[in-house]
Design a protein around this ligand. Structure first.
Ligand code: F6P
Ligand code: MN
Length: 322
């Protein structure tokens, strides 16, 4: 059956996509509420289980995943979802036009210390005849995303979102329960003097990254001729948010720490949505060999090297690999 052309909002975003986004935000508001209740919510601490990636699941991971999954699948807009906390994709409405990949609670190691955590999501369209039970319907490059965003559960709850028409910030107005747009067309300054990387992995990095970071740390005594500051929140949502707000470069480079896991971050629900947000804000998001959003994925939990942020600084970092 031929699909009818979707109703369009003035800025070109289809109304059914807006409805799906509202559904996703309803789940995030509920997660925000539970996070805000802290130890009174009964969802702090760890479960006895591990997820597909072999990481111990926090109770809040499980609760956030269940909330996000139930609300999006019930909406009717979604053909299937895939999540960091689900072994494989989960089928939804066979007529749903969209698929959603998400990390229900990014930065879980911050839960117990009452520090920054968030939800990351990525939305793509599927072919009309796509089988809702087939995980391969997710195997599309990041350039196919029609919307990406994260909700940061910080001192205030903030949404960063793009539908391909700039990256915008919204703040949750707790009195009315709605996200108000608080900044349009966020732009990342092309130059920066701030970097974010887990320095404890330095001895496991490949030579180009070791040399690049050595030169940043050498500051005004080294070839860069100026000092660089370092920040590491250990939640990608927090670190990318800082890069969007005040600039910087963020990297989770390849390392040789464990032979079977050269990369840490996940392509479908971490790197791709963050890349879309960063590129829409004028930044770059790459691996040491190419643009992240052009990668052809091979699995829903695939991991990838990530270098993103200020355009000129990312280019500088890449020059060490040449
Ligand atoms: O989801 C993975 C993640 O928690 C990211 O949010 C974060 O950037 C990174 O891992 C932190 O890694 P590490 O534990 O090495 O600091
Ligand atoms: Mn994560």
């Amino acid at each position: 059956m031929q699909r009818l052309a979707p109703a369009l909002r003035e800025d070109g975003v289809p109304l059914d996509l807006i409805s799906l986004i509202k559904t996703i935000l309803a789940a995030c508001k509920e997660i925000s509420f539970r996070v805000g209740q802290g130890q009174m919510s009964g969802v702090m601490g760890s479960t006895l289980d591990e997820n597909i990636q072999g990481e111990v699941q926090k109770r809040l991971d499980v609760v956030a995943n269940q909330l996000f999954k139930d609300i999006t699948l019930e909406s009717g807009f979604v053909r299937a979802i895939s999540s960091e906390e689900e072994d494989t994709s989960v089928p939804g409405n066979p007529n749903g036009k969209y698929i959603v990949s998400f990390d229900p609670l990014d930065g879980s190691s911050n839960i117990d210390i009452n520090s920054l955590i968030g939800t990351i999501f990525s939305i793509m369209e599927v072919d009309e005849d796509a089988d809702p039970s087939d995980p391969n319907i997710f195997m599309q490059p990041g350039t196919s995303q029609v919307c990406a965003g994260y909700v940061l559960y910080g001192p205030s709850t903030m949404l960063a979102m793009t539908t391909g028409n700039g990256t915008h910030f919204y703040t949750l107005d707790r009195t009315h329960g709605s996200f108000m747009r608080t900044e349009r067309n966020v732009q990342i300054e092309p130059e920066t003097s701030e970097f974010a990387v887990n320095m404890s992995n330095q001895r496991f990095w490949h030579e180009p990254m070791k040399n690049y970071i050595d030169d940043l740390v050498a500051g005004s005594d080294g070839p860069r001729g100026r000092n660089f500051n370092m920040r590491w929140i250990a939640a990608m949502v927090g670190d990318v948010h800082r890069v969007l707000v005040r600039g910087g470069i963020f990297a989770y480079p390849a390392d040789t720490k464990s032979a079977d896991k050269p990369y840490k971050l996940r392509l479908m629900y971490e790197a791709n949505p963050m890349s879309f947000l960063v590129e829409q804000a004028g930044g770059l998001s790459v691996t040491s060999t190419g643009r992240i959003m052009e990668m052809e994925p091979s699995g829903i939990h695939q991991r990838v090297e990530v270098i993103l942020g200020a355009k000129k600084e990312v280019e500088k970092c890449l020059s060490y690999y040449k």
